[in-house]
Design a protein around this ligand. Structure first.
Ligand SMILES: CCC1=C(C)/C(=C/C2=NC(=C\c3[nH]c(/C=C4\NC(=O)[C@H](C)[C@H]4CC)c(C)c3CCC(=O)O)/C(CCC(=O)O)=C2C)NC1=O
Length: 179
């Protein structure tokens, strides 16, 4: 598992190079944006169950076959497994956002997930759709545009744009890994 700092060190070491000015500038931005990052992580994490249940409900609404006999969310056991997977994925995305690095998401959550899903008959396209809905919700929370749940923070126009795109990238990585 790496964070933005360890990543800079490991990357420099594999090139047997010193930490360069560009890497330091990147880390300075990481520190300067630290409070925004923590707010974003907190906002997603504290709304996690709402984000997950909304995404799974939306996915099922669009594809009712999932909860009918033969569907992969049919029976409470499978429905619970699906909601749990949504929570696991969202949790690892928030870890990556906190660390500013995707390695924990890749190593501990996505590694082998597609193979697991294929072996169990979990429809990866539907799983990708649920992740896509979670992405939209997380983006709304980071940019504080979730209509029903506004957080009281000092708002600067476009201030969280880079966090939005970074977090979107983690969700896109999940979708790519299971597609
Ligand atoms: C390290 C992190 C980690 C991950 C990522 C993880 C995923 C994971 N999801 C599983 C099952 C499952 N995952 C789903 C998920 C879904 N079915 C659908 O139709 C939807 C598309 C989707 C929800 C969005 C379902 C239904 C099962 C149970 C499948 C079965 O047993 O028939 C299983 C098999 C074992 C079990 O049932 O617990 C694993 C290992 N476990 C972990 O420990």
């Amino acid at each position: 598992m790496l964070d933005a700092f360890s990543k800079a060190v490991v990357t420099a070491d594999t090139k047997t190079a010193p930490i360069g000015a560009a890497e330091l500038a990147g880390l300075k931005t990481f520190i300067a944006d630290g409070n925004k990052r923590l707010d974003a992580v907190n906002f997603i994490a504290s709304n996690a169950s709402c984000i997950v249940s909304d995404a799974v409900a939306g996915m099922i609404c669009e594809n009712n076959g999932l909860i009918q006999a033969g569907g992969n969310c049919y029976t409470n056991r499978r429905m619970a497994a699906c909601l749990r997977d949504g929570e696991i994925i969202l949790r690892y995305v928030t870890y990556a956002l906190l660390a500013g690095d995707a390695s924990i998401l890749n190593d501990r959550c996505l590694n082998g997930l597609k193979e697991t899903y294929i072996a169990l008959g979990v429809p990866t396209q539907s799983a990708g759709r649920a992740v896509g809905i979670m992405k939209a919700a997380a983006v709304a929370f980071i940019s504080n545009t979730a209509s029903q749940r506004k957080m009281s923070v000092t708002e600067q126009e476009g201030a969280c744009a880079s966090l939005v795109s970074e977090c979107s990238g983690y969700f896109d990585a999940v979708i790519a890994a299971i597609s």
